[in-house]
Design a protein around this ligand. Structure first.
Ligand code: ADP
Length: 485
C-alpha cells in the first residue's frame, strides 16, 4: 500500500505507482499530477520542508533522507506520512535519480498522540496526588518519584533516581528490605507502616501500599509504592490514647469521690439522728416539766430550740433519703400511667384541698427504678400543687413523647413560675427561692429529682415564665424502655 515514486533527474520525469494515486486521493486513470500540484496537498506548515528537499537535491551530497509530513485527506483533515528517499548518483557523483517510498503513518501517529495525551494525564494525576509515589525496578532501584514523595522526604528527584528505595528509610525498614523484595517477586501487594528519614534526619511515619509490576511474560519488573504521611495521625492517636487514659483515671477518681461523698452524707445524716433525737426529746421534757417554772423568756427559747431541732430532723431525714437514692438499684418495667395513678391517690387530700386538675396523656412503660420514678413523679406533682397561683385553678399537664432515642416527659403547670435566673439553682440541694413562711419545704425535692433522672442517664430542666407557669422536662433513654432487662 505504500506510495512509490521514481524521479529521473536527467529528464525530470516522475513515475508513481498505484499506491500513490490511492494514498493521495487521485483517480487511477487521471494523468500523472505534476510535482507542484502534488505539493499543494501537503500541510502548509510542512510544505516548505518537502519542496526544499526537492529543490536542493541536485546541489546536495546526501544519499538518503527521511521526512515526516502531513497531507490533506479531505478539507481540514490531515493524515501523516513518512517519506524515505534514496539518491542514485553516476560515477562522477552527480545525482541522476531519486527513488522514494511513502508510508502512511496516520494511525500510528494518532495512537502515539493518544498515548502521549494519556501519559500526560496520568503524569498530572501522579504529580498532584496527595500521596507520595515511587516506582522501583527489579533491582529495587528508584526509577520514578512524584513531587509529593520529594516533599515528604525533602530530596530532589535527581538525588533519588537510581538509588535503593530502602536507603531513604529507617534501620527497621532496611532490615526487612530483602524480605520485602521477596514478597514483591511473589506478586504480593501489601500496605505496611514504614518510617522514612528526611534529608534533615527527621523520621516520617508513613503507610506504604506496594504493588508489584510484571511484564506480559510474567517477569517481575519492579514495584509501585503509594506513601501516605501518617505522622500527624500517629501523633493524634498517641494523644487520643493519652487523653483516654487521663479520662479513665479521672473517671475512676470521680467515682471514688462520689461514693465517698455519698457514704459521708449517709453516715453523717444517720449518725446525727441519734444525738439529735436525744437533744430534742430532752428539750421537750424540759419544756413539759418546767413550763411556767422558768420565766417567759426561757419558755420562748425552749420553743425555738424545739422548732429548730424538728427542722433539723427533717433536713437530716431528707439528706438520708437523698444519699439512699439508687442504692437498691433494680431495673424493672415501670408503667408510668400506674405510677401517676398511685401518686395522685397518695396525694388525694392535697389535690382536692387545692382543687387541682391533673391531666395526663398516655404515658409509657419504661424500664427504670420503680421507687425512684414514683418519687420523681411525686416531687414534681407536690411542687406544682405547692407553688400554684392563688385564686387560679391549678392545672398540671403531664405528657411523654419519644424524641431522639429518649422519652421526653413534661410536667406543665400554670403556677407562680420561676425567674430564669434561678433555673439552675433550684436543682441544687437545700436551695429554695422562698421562706418557709411563704411555702413549706427544705429545698431538697428537685435535687432528688435530678439525682433520680441522672441515675437513669437522663437530663432534667425547667422552662418557665414568672406569673404564668413552669414546665419541668426530663428525659429517660428509650433503650431503658425496651424489653432488654
Ligand atoms: P422545696 O419545694 O422544698 O422548696 P425543691 O427542690 O422541690 O424544694 O424546689 C426548689 C425551689 O424551686 C422551690 O423552693 C421553688 O422556689 C422552686 N420550684 C419548684 N417547683 C416549682 C414549680 N412547679 N413552680 C414554681 N416554682 C417551683
Amino acid at each position: 500500500h505504500d506510495a512509490i515514486w521514481d524521479w529521473n533527474l536527467v529528464n525530470d520525469e516522475v513515475w508513481w505507482n498505484e499506491g500513490f494515486f490511492t494514498m493521495f486521493g487521485y483517480d487511477k486513470n487521471s494523468p500523472i499530477p505534476d510535482l507542484y500540484q502534488w505539493t499543494q496537498k501537503i500541510h502548509p506548515d510542512d510544505r516548505e520542508k518537502v519542496i526544499g528537499r526537492l529543490k536542493t537535491v541536485r546541489k546536495n551530497t546526501i544519499y538518503f533522507w527521511e521526512d515526516e509530513f502531513r497531507y490533506e485527506i479531505s478539507h481540514d483533515n490531515y493524515g501523516t506520512v513518512l517519506d524515505r528517499a534514496y539518491v542514485i548518483r553516476d560515477i562522477k557523483g552527480q545525482p541522476i535519480r531519486v527513488i522514494g517510498a511513502i508510508v502512511d503513518i496516520t494511525e500510528r501517529k494518532k495512537t502515539e498522540q493518544q498515548i502521549a495525551y494519556s501519559e500526560q494525564r496520568y503524569r498530572q494525576i501522579v504529580e498532584t496526588a496527595q500521596e507520595g509515589i515511587w516506582v522501583i525496578d527489579e533491582r529495587n532501584n528508584i526509577t520514578f518519584v512524584n513531587k509529593k514523595m520529594c516533599e515528604i522526604i525533602e530530596f530532589e528527584p535527581a538525588e533519588m533516581i537510581g538509588k535503593q528505595i530502602h536507603s531513604f528509610m529507617d534501620e527497621e525498614a532496611n532490615k526487612n528490605a530483602e524480605e520485602d523484595i521477596k514478597r514483591r517477586r511473589q506478586g504480593i501487594s501489601e500496605t505496611l507502616d514504614s518510617v522514612f528519614i528526611t534529608r534533615s534526619g527527621k523520621a516520617v511515619s508513613t503507610s506504604v501500599s506496594t504493588n508489584p509490576i510484571f511484564d506480559d511474560a510474567g517477569t517481575y519488573k519492579g514495584a509501585l509504592g503509594m506513601v501516605t504521611d501518617i505522622t500527624k495521625r500517629k501523633l493524634d492517636e498517641a494523644q487520643i490514647k493519652k487523653s483516654e487514659a487521663d479520662l479513665d483515671l479521672k473517671n475512676t477518681e470521680l467515682k471514688r469521690k462520689n461514693t465517698e461523698l455519698e457514704q459521708f452524707a449517709y453516715v453523717a445524716s444517720h449518725d446525727l439522728q441519734e444525738p439529735l433525737r436525744t437533744t430534742s426529746s430532752f428539750v421537750k421534757l424540759l419544756q413539759q416539766q418546767y413550763k411556767g417554772k422558768l420565766d417567759d423568756k426561757a419558755d420562748k427559747y425552749l420553743h425555738f430550740v424545739i422548732e429548730s431541732s424538728d427542722r433539723m430532723k427533717v433536713l437530716i431525714n431528707d439528706l438520708l433519703d437523698y444519699s439512699r437514692i439508687g442504692t437498691k438499684r433494680e431495673l424493672k418495667k415501670v408503667d408510668c400511667a400506674k405510677v401517676l395513678q398511685d401518686v395522685t391517690a397518695d396525694l388525694h387530700k392535697a389535690i382536692t384541698d387545692a382543687g387541682a386538675l391533673i391531666i395526663s396523656d398516655q404515658l409509657p412503660v419504661i424500664n427504670g427504678y420503680a421507687t425512684e420514678i414514683k418519687q420523681l413523679f411525686q416531687n414534681l406533682t407536690i411542687n406544682a400543687i405547692k407553688f400554684r397561683k392563688k385564686n387560679t385553678v391549678l392545672t398540671l399537664n403531664i405528657s411523654a413523647k419519644i424524641e431522639g432515642g429518649h422519652w421526653l416527659f413534661s410536667f406543665a403547670d400554670n403556677g407562680i413560675g420561676i425567674d430564669k435566673a434561678h433555673n439552675e439553682r433550684i436543682f441544687i440541694i437545700f436551695q429554695r427561692l422562698h421562706t418557709r413562711a411563704e411555702y413549706q419545704g427544705s429545698g431538697i425535692g428537685l435535687s432528688h429529682c435530678r439525682k433520680i433522672v441522672e441515675l437513669h442517664h437522663g437530663k432534667i430542666w425547667v422552662e418557665s415564665t414568672p406569673g404564668e407557669g413552669s414546665t419541668f422536662y426530663f428525659t429517660i433513654p428509650a433503650h431503658l424502655s425496651t424489653d432488654n432487662i
